[in-house]
Design a protein around this ligand. Structure first.
Ligand code: EPZ
Length: 415
């Protein structure tokens, strides 16, 4: 079990290299299985979730090779239809191999995925769409056995714009006989990145950036080379860290266009954020509270930025009110922030944050990826020493996290 030791109270100052997006590269790696060919993925972040995705590809009979941010995948020899439970339990994104297995083999044997505990995370919308495409399955909320002799074109109207369901259904649709239309599809930039990757593989998909996607079936897929988009959630995390520590950070290789809701929220709090096409410069004195901050599907305020921004608002001037509308249990970071002196009253879906002048160090345990990042941000802004355990949560989604923070003046080390 990993831990970070942090001595806070210093402003972060310097340049941060934003890596490739975790939530884009994971569906892309799953999608390489659908066609069966050779793929080179550039700007692939060095995080443990990517290691898990490569382990899953190995378990299915694929070859992979990694050299820094470049990953080569050869899925032509894939033959297994079953993903080991231990790998499924490591991350929610393991479920994205369901659509790819059905598209490739017409068969998938998985278990319910693990990953961040954020409240209820069923896969009913994934299964709803696959059933409309002609798949049959037995699922007892733990073991899933899915068969699809012949996937057929259809229209799937998602009751909620689920990111994962949109990705899974788009990948499965590639093998359908006929066109698949997904209504109320997710519109997150990562969906657009997956569409661009699939198009580079020969797929015909229309509707990028809209809620209605049209996927032509029986796609003749081939290998390709592709560079993953920048990680907007990594960028949001460093923006929040700059705000919390009253520092100045240059975020290189970031895409401000993907983060307008977070940028405008922090600007309303008094941050100065200069936006260039592939860079952001954030400078911040003491934040002013912002209310309300309501999470929503894209292009609303992203749920993955809720905890990091709450850590920054913990020392803002005034009262901020957060409402979490996407997940039913995404306030698990609040007790740790309170133990650092934050004044937060929270229910499952709401938090009232009364800013205090300064937080103080504490020993806390990371609860999930973004909640753990929020604790790091709070510890960096606090007076004194903090210890954060279970840092494997953060290693899942932030490449070179400690090294990057140290390069910006943070007193942080892995112990
Ligand atoms: C993706 O998760 C991201 N993960 C999450 O990022 C992100 O928070 C989330 O999208 C929302 O943007 C990856 O891309 C790997 P959803 P996903 O399906 O696909 C409910 C991070 O920190 N739902 O859009 O699981 C679900 O319970 C992670 O990087 C159903 O009810 O999100 C939730 O309340 C955390 N049935 C809501 O929809 C389903 O079948 C949003 O889930 C599917 C989802």
């Amino acid at each position: 079990m990993g831990a970070y030791q942090i001595i806070g109270g210093r402003p972060l100052e310097g340049a941060v290299h934003i890596h490739g997006a975790k939530n884009s590269v994971l569906p892309i790696l799953a999608a390489t299985l659908a066609g069966g060919g050779q793929y080179t993925i550039y700007n692939c972040p060095e995080i443990s979730d990517v290691d898990t995705a490569l382990d899953i590809l190995h378990a299915l009979g694929c070859k992979t090779e990694r050299s820094g941010a470049r990953v080569c995948v050869d899925t032509s020899a894939a033959e297994n239809r079953e993903i080991p439970e231990a790998l499924m339990k490591k991350m929610r994104a393991a479920i994205l191999f369901l659509g790819a297995l059905l598209a490739r083999f017409g068969e998938a044997n998985l278990t319910a995925p693990g990953g961040c505990v954020l409240g209820e995370r069923p896969i009913d919308l994934h299964l709803l769409g696959l059933r409309l495409m002609g798949a049959e399955y037995e699922y007892d909320c733990e073991t899933l056995r899915c068969r699809a002799k012949a996937l057929r074109g259809c229209t799937v109207a998602l009751p909620f714009p689920s990111v994962g369901a949109t990705e899974n259904l788009m990948i499965a649709a590639l093998a359908c006989k006929g066109e698949v239309t997904i209504c109320n599809a997710a519109r997150e930039p990562e969906i657009g990145d997956l569409i661009a990757f699939l198009r580079a593989c020969g797929a015909k998909i229309d509707g990028t950036g809209t809620s209605v996607l049209h996927i032509a079936g029986a796609a003749a897929l081939h290998g390709t080379e592709y560079a993953v988009m920048p990680d907007r959630m990594e960028a949001a995390t460093y923006l929040a860290a700059a705000a919390a520590t009253r520092g100045r950070l240059v975020l290189q290789y970031a895409t401000p266009a993907h983060l307008q809701a977070v940028i405008s929220t922090l600007e309303r709090g008094g941050c100065e954020i200069v936006q260039r096409p592939n860079e952001m410069i954030a400078r911040c004195d003491r934040l002013r509270a912002v209310s309300p901050i309501v999470t929503a599907p894209y292009d609303g305020f992203p749920t993955d930025a809720q905890a990091p921004v709450m850590a920054a608002m913990a020392t803002a001037e005034g009262v901020s009110v957060f409402e979490e509308t996407v997940f039913s249990g995404r306030m698990r970071h609040v007790p740790a922030l309170r133990s650092m002196g934050a004044r937060i009253y929270a229910t499952d879906r709401h938090a009232v944050v009364t800013g205090v002048k300064r937080l103080h160090g504490a020993c806390v345990e990371a609860t999930d990826l973004r909640g753990g990042a929020a604790m790091v941000i709070a510890a960096l802004s606090a007076e004194g020493e903090s210890r954060i355990t279970k840092t494997e949560h953060m290693e899942r989604g932030y490449a070179s996290f400690v090294q990057t923070l140290r390069s910006c003046g943070a007193q942080i080390e892995c112990i």
